[in-house]
Design a protein around this ligand. Structure first.
Ligand code: NBG
Length: 821
């Protein structure tokens, strides 16, 4: 319970000391800062208590290494988890301040692209809520994910300077500043103590890594873990020393390095770009984190062989895989362990999560670049590679093809996934189907060699943000029926099954959805100036824009439906609002063309008086965590239509389900498990199976041109791309999309994501969905069942599986709150 008087007093005093203003004079931003500092005070007390407890228990700790943490706004989330949201809102109301408006002042810390980064944030929330000691380790990008503006239908990227107004929840920890070294040369010298050769890096450029800590507040348990993000600083201001010695170039270089490393997040999702700066970012945050981990361990322990009992490092995709050789380097070069001693530690400490089978996302660094930037680390990679090849040869004598496929160094490249698997004691996929594909296809050789490493951890999401905070109406209603336990135990939701046939409850549920649809309609009216009908079906596809996610299939089908309505004005058709939200990587041309197409189709349809408002198409600008919460709460239909086998898991699918949206999708990623939970009758499934897709990919046999020739509907839709209908008469705007579906390119098959192949099945599924929606009570019941069966998709469940199967860390003893302390 919060002392409201005291809270208001603090807010007032903060505004006064920070800005020399009274509450009445304060701007909204100043109020946001004042309120945030007021609750930060409480957070810090719990934060200190938690860290003391970890220390006292000498508890084994999880280090979640990730280049991305898409945490989203913290004020509301922290208040919710501290159980202080209602009190804060009421207190502020008494002085005429609306908490929602204050929350809206917070920049959305977008230190991630999409699912992978958001998953990391959900995991931290669950770790704190479940009471396990953990650190998130990442980068303090000065510019996070860009802000998206739509101009003339095209995406425009605008820099997102999230720390411009100072970010109230972070704390700079100068005392943990750490040096990270790049480049230079390696000198070998004899170590008289051990008689072994010792390696010394010289003439390097160094950067200082300065950590900023963000609190990760657990729900109702006073546990506060740390998200530590590293910022790069120049070693000395412009080093006069070097300047005097005539090493002007190096001094400039170090200064430049420091300014660029933590500057900006690469805006690619499931698609890697082999830029040198990205490798620098990876080494930068990994080296700084590892150095601190070892220092911390050594405060209590002398024998490094015990490290795996106190530390477990989870590598979030291959991005932090440099952990493997860097930890070897620290143990061998700095701590003077033998290779075998060091390898034993590394391979009992590191675990790896794979998040995609898409080949363009697999990181491979050119050897020359790698060696030049990290000369000593490269020597270590060579040794790891050599020993790994010996191991493969011993297991599969004579199979040199296998050795080539599995090697870490091959064809002038360092293959990061191979190194991650070779060194990790655990390799996991993120949904059952995904893990099976890894074992059978993508990573089959590795599975053959060490099957015991492989395991599945189906993703999850935090219900604290995506229901309790994002959909207050539904959250309150659920608690009134089954009590509040679902907040920390989502399996409780199954109790809702007792109410799905209750007509009164159905009505209440429908009214809540309706109110949330009105909230989204208001948002759309304000931001898009489009009026949408809350009685219409809200059919939603929000996620990163990627060809494999097939937003193109969705919009092509909308073109088809639009034509149907125009041709048959009397056709019975429930008003339908198609809602998109998606950012495209800045350099991803085809993704950007798709955004333009969606906006152009929207413009034509929304302004066509002849269809009587039966259809509306809305592209929500700048899709991000904060507006996602509003969108999920209002969704009727959850579009999860990726080409089967391509979406490793998906997590938007779970967030929609949690908010009572029905899945319309392919048997891909976690959709498979969603359908299993909710039952086939309560989802609309269509399209090729992953086996069929993989079979076509391996053996050929799919010819989109033949579909185009034989199916008039498909031909009709495709021709609209190049007849100017959606481009003010211009026939070239969408030529590339058209070509990609029918002809492909030199190294690219035509329609590689099987859009035309699945078109008819998609049409059929959408028809079934519309018919189901027409039966209102049946639909509401189906929507209620989504919530009732969402239990397993909490990230709490996922984290408990990581703990039991991979991490083996113990829960902290209870942390006492301020009153008890
Ligand atoms: C993404 C997958 C998603 C998955 C998230 C989180 C990458 C590399 N992968 O399907 O595409 O839900 O990871 O696991 O971003």
């Amino acid at each position: 319970m919060m002392d409201r008087e005291l809270f208001l007093k603090q807010v007032k005093s903060n505004v006064k000391t920070l800005y020399r203003r009274s509450i009445d004079e304060a701007s909204k931003q100043q109020l946001f800062q004042g309120v945030s500092y007021a609750i930060k005070d409480d957070i810090i007390n719990d934060w200190i208590a938690t860290q003391e407890q970890i220390d006292k228990q000498d508890a084994k700790t999880v280090y979640y290494m990730s280049m991305e943490f898409l945490i989203g706004r913290l004020l509301g989330n922290n208040l919710v988890n501290m159980g202080a949201y209602d009190d804060a809102r009421e207190a502020l109301r008494t002085i005429g301040v609306d908490l929602n408006a204050v929350e809206d002042q917070e920049p959305d810390p977008a230190l991630g692209n999409g699912g992978l980064g958001r998953l990391a944030a959900c995991f931290l929330d669950s770790l704190s809520t479940l009471g396990y000691p953990a650190y998130g380790c990442g980068i303090r990008y000065h510019y996070g994910m860009f802000k998206q503006k739509i101009e003339n239908g095209y995406q425009k990227e605008v820099p997102d300077e999230w720390i411009k107004n100072r970010y109230p929840f972070e704390i700079r920890r100068d005392e943990y500043e750490t040096e990270v070294r790049f480049g230079g040369t390696i000198r070998e010298e004899n170590d008289p103590k051990t008689g072994r050769t010792h390696f010394v890096q010289e003439n390097y450029a160094s950067v200082m890594a300065v950590p900023y800590d963000l609190p990760v507040v657990g729900y109702g348990n006073h546990v506060v873990n740390t998200l530590r993000i590293w910022d790069a600083h120049a070693k000395t201001e412009f080093s006069l020393d070097d300047f005097d010695k005539g090493d002007y170039r190096k001094a400039v270089e170090q200064e430049y390095l420091a300014r660029t490393i933590s500057e900006v997040l690469y805006p690619n999702d499931s698609h890697y770009v082999g830029k040198e700066l990205r490798l620098k970012q990876q080494y930068f945050f990994v080296s700084a984190s590892l150095q601190t981990i070892i220092k911390k361990y050594k405060r209590k322990h002398r024998d490094l062989s015990g490290l795996p009992d106190k530390v477990v490092i989870q590598m979030n995709d291959t991005h932090p895989t440099i952990t493997v050789p860097e930890l070897m380097r620290l143990l061998v070069d700095e701590e003077r362990l033998t290779w075998d001693e060091a390898w034993d530690i590394v391979s009992r400490t590191c675990a790896y999560t794979n998040h995609t089978i898409m080949s363009e996302a697999l990181e491979k660094w050119p050897i020359d670049l790698f060696e030049k930037l990290l000369p000593r680390v490269y020597q270590i990679v060579q040794e790891i590679d050599k020993r790994f090849k010996e191991k493969i040869r011993a297991a599969f004598p004579g199979d040199e093809e296998k050795v080539k496929r599995m090697a870490i160094l091959y064809d002038g490249q360092v293959r990061m996934a191979n190194m991650a698997i070779c060194a990790s004691f655990s390799v996991n996929g993120v949904a059952r189907l995904h893990t099976e594909i890894l074992k059978k296809e993508t990573l089959h050789d590795f599975y053959d060699l060490e099957p015991y490493k492989f395991n599945n951890k189906t993703n999850g999401i935090t219900q604290r943000r995506f229901l309790l905070h994002g959909n207050e109406r539904l959250a309150t209603w659920v608690s009134s029926l089954i009590g509040p336990e679902w907040v920390t135990d989502l399996s409780q939701m199954e109790k809702l099954n007792a109410f799905v046939d209750d007509e009164d409850k159905q009505k209440e549920f429908a009214a809540i959805k309706r109110a949330n649809k009105e909230r989204l309609a208001a948002y759309i009216l304000k931001h898009n100036h489009i009026e949408v009908d809350p009685n219409s079906i809200f059919d939603v596809q929000v996620k990163r824009l990627h060809e494999y996610k097939r937003q193109l299939l969705n919009i092509l089908h909308i073109i088809y439906l639009y034509d149907q309505i125009k041709r048959n004005p009397q056709m019975r058709f429930i008003p339908h609002t198609f809602i998109f939200g998606a950012k495209a990587a800045a350099g991803y041309v085809r993704a950007k063309e798709t955004i333009k197409l969606i906006n152009s189709v929207a413009e034509v349809i929304n302004n066509d008086p002849t269809i009587g408002g039966k259809m509306k198409v809305v592209f929500i600008e700048d899709y991000r965590v904060s507006n996602a919460e509003i969108i999920f709460a209002a969704a009727d239909v959850s579009e999860q239509i990726s080409t089967a086998s391509k979406e490793a898991s998906g997590t938007g699918n779970m967030k929609m389900m949690l908010n009572g949206a029905v899945t319309l999708g392919t048997m891909d990623g976690a959709n498979v498990e969603i359908v299993e939970q909710v039952g086939e009758d309560n989802a609309f499934i269509f399209g090729l199976s992953s086996d069929e897709v993989i079979n076509y990919e391996n053996n050929g046999g799919y010819d989109p041109m033949q579909l185009y020739m034989s199916d008039p509907d498909i031909r009709f839709v495709l021709d609209r791309l190049v007849d100017g209908t959606f481009a003010h008469g211009d026939t070239e705007t969408y030529r590339d999309l058209y070509q990609s579906l029918l002809y492909g390119k030199e190294h690219e098959a035509a329609d590689p994501y099987f859009i035309l192949k699945d078109f008819k099945a998609y049409d059929e599924a959408r028809r079934r969905m519309r018919e189901a929606y027409a039966d209102r009570p049946a639909w509401v019941k189906m929507a209620m069942k989504q919530v009732a069966h969402v239990g397993m998709f909490s990230s709490d469940r996922t984290i408990l599986e990581y703990i039991n199967d991979i991490w083996h860390v113990d829960k902290l003893d209870p942390i006492e709150g301020e009153e008890e302390r």
